[in-house]
Design a protein around this ligand. Structure first.
Ligand code: PHE
Length: 493
């Protein structure tokens, strides 16, 4: 299609290529969240009964869940590197989508032996897809195009429409018919995404089509490094799948959390001290560091939806609505539906405040996000107390918890990524997606570790862990505010 006719066709006033990406991300998130909702239910489900699960302990299952979520977002970093230097973003998204579909279809096979292979494929595929697809969204627009921000807002809708469909279909099939039917539905959803992407990839034009220019020789060297890394990774995955390396999920999760923290820490140290930045740029790095900590803490609460709160819904909540027992995963509908409802209102509030010059600064918004998260777990504390007296309790407790978390998400998440690209030193903008996803990765592993502790002894162990979480969300919120205030004062002086 010629450049001119490409420009003619639009998607809600945006470049038509946004439609391709919108639908691809929609199906990808459908499969991701649909499967994620079933994951701990399947791992901890009783081994007997009409829909046998794996019968694992809460500690192990939640740790595996955390490592899975952590790896998914961690892999966005090498996935971005691969797209930048070797594959180009468009091809990376295509390969990623195919590998994700294979992963879910592997999970659909009713064998426990192929379970980790399926998870590993979803991790690798999402690493190739999730960050790179957002990069292409950004590249659809010329540098100074004012539509870019609203383009990302539309894109964020696709994420939430996708997860709504995923919870609905995969949750229902997985819980009511059989786990593997739910996983299979996720795979088929992703296949729709692949079909749609292949058919309409042409509409993307040259946005993200080619990797960074470099000499054949240089590229050849990178390809060789990649081959070596890939071989090592496949060997490691194969050895652990075949049971040659004995892995304790909990210890693995703890070490993975340390590993991610060290990686992020080293990267910030590099940026601050060794990247040749001037004073103003260094100040921005300090700001990003604060936002990074706040974001990681926030996601560690947010990802409890697929972990501990999912189990709370299953074991202590009355799910019967006019005679029909709602699937456990359906409670998670609340988040994406509330995002779609409240996103325009939040945008309007920020715009209104901005017109009066009252728009809160980034650290203040991040602190507000954490405070919403803290309040959501205060509600859970009350819910736990009530459940100790009379379980099962009504659904409204979880619904309210998710509502507050969604308000937190809307204060923190949509601005987070743009903050990282705006305040990154120019030469490092490309890597900022990676840094932003690294915060999600740390949050994911912490969610698994905390969720395991919380559910270990049922209701008795929840209150101390939730209390601890509330305290650390509030402590980080206050810490971020004070540090940001000091930073501001220092630069004013
Ligand atoms: N719902 C969002 C998504 O799946 C949550 C998220 C935000 C995940 C930022 C990672 C990074 O995209």
């Amino acid at each position: 299609m010629s450049e001119a006719s490409l420009n003619d066709r639009q998607f809600f006033g945006h470049p038509i290529g946004l439609r391709t990406l919108f639908l691809t991300e929609m199906w990808e998130r459908m499969s991701y969240y649909g499967m994620r909702a079933l994951l701990v239910l399947y791992m901890t489900g009783a081994v007997t009964g009409f829909n046998p699960g794996l019968g694992w302990s809460q500690l192990d299952a939640q740790a595996i869940y955390g490592v899975y979520v952590g790896l998914v977002y961690f892999m966005v970093v090498p996935g971005g590197w691969l797209a930048d230097n070797i594959l180009g973003h468009q091809r990376a998204v295509l390969y990623g989508a195919i590998i994700i579909a294979l992963g879910h279809l592997t999970l659909a096979v009713p064998l426990s032996q192929t379970f980790f292979l399926g998870l590993a494929l979803v991790v690798l595929g999402t690493g190739l897809l999730k960050g790179n697809i957002s990069t292409i969204v950004g590249k659809l627009y010329p540098d100074d195009d004012p539509r870019r921000d609203s383009g990302f807002t539309i894109f964020y809708m696709s994420i939430n429409i996708g997860s709504t469909i995923g919870y609905g279909i995969c949750g229902y099939l997985g819980e009511k018919i059989g786990w593997h039917w739910g996983f299979g539905a996720a795979g088929i959803g992703m296949l729709f995404g692949v079909y749609q992407y292949v058919r309409y990839q042409g509409l993307l034009g040259d946005a993200g089509a080619l990797p960074n220019p470099m000499s054949d020789e240089a590229r050849g060297r990178l390809v060789r490094y990649t081959q070596i890394a890939l071989t090592l990774m496949i060997v490691a995955i194969a050895l652990s799948l075949m049971g040659f390396v004995d892995i304790n999920p909990r210890i693995f999760a703890e070490n993975f959390a340390y590993f991610l923290t060290v990686v992020a820490g080293l990267y910030f140290i590099f940026l601050y001290f060794f990247a040749g930045l001037d004073a103003a740029e260094r100040k921005n790095i300090t700001l990003l560091f604060l936002l990074f900590i706040a974001a990681a803490a926030f996601w560690s609460g947010f990802d409890q939806s697929g972990g501990s709160l999912n189990i709370f819904a299953r074991d202590y909540t009355d799910l019967v609505v006019s005679g029909f027992e709602v699937p456990v995963s359906w409670i998670q509908f609340v988040n994406p539906i509330f995002v779609v409802i409240f996103a325009p209102m939040f945008a309007a509030v920020w715009a209104h405040l901005a017109r009066r010059n009252l728009d809160p600064s980034l650290p203040v918004k991040f602190a507000i996000g954490l405070i919403f998260m803290a309040i959501s777990f205060m509600i859970m504390l009350a819910a736990v107390a009530l459940a100790i007296e009379t379980a099962p309790i009504g659904m409204r407790w979880l619904l309210l918890t998710y509502l507050l978390q969604t308000w937190g998400e809307l204060t923190l998440s949509p601005i987070g990524l743009s903050a990282f690209s705006r305040y990154a030193p120019k030469r490092y903008v490309g890597q900022m997606f990676g840094l932003w996803f690294l915060a999600s990765a740390i949050g994911g592993v912490l969610a698994g570790l905390l969720g395991g502790e919380a559910m270990d002894e049922g209701l008795a162990s929840m209150s101390p862990v939730f209390t601890f979480m509330i305290e650390y969300y509030l402590a980080i919120a206050v810490g971020v505010l004070i540090a940001a205030w000091l930073l501001r004062r220092k630069s004013a002086g």
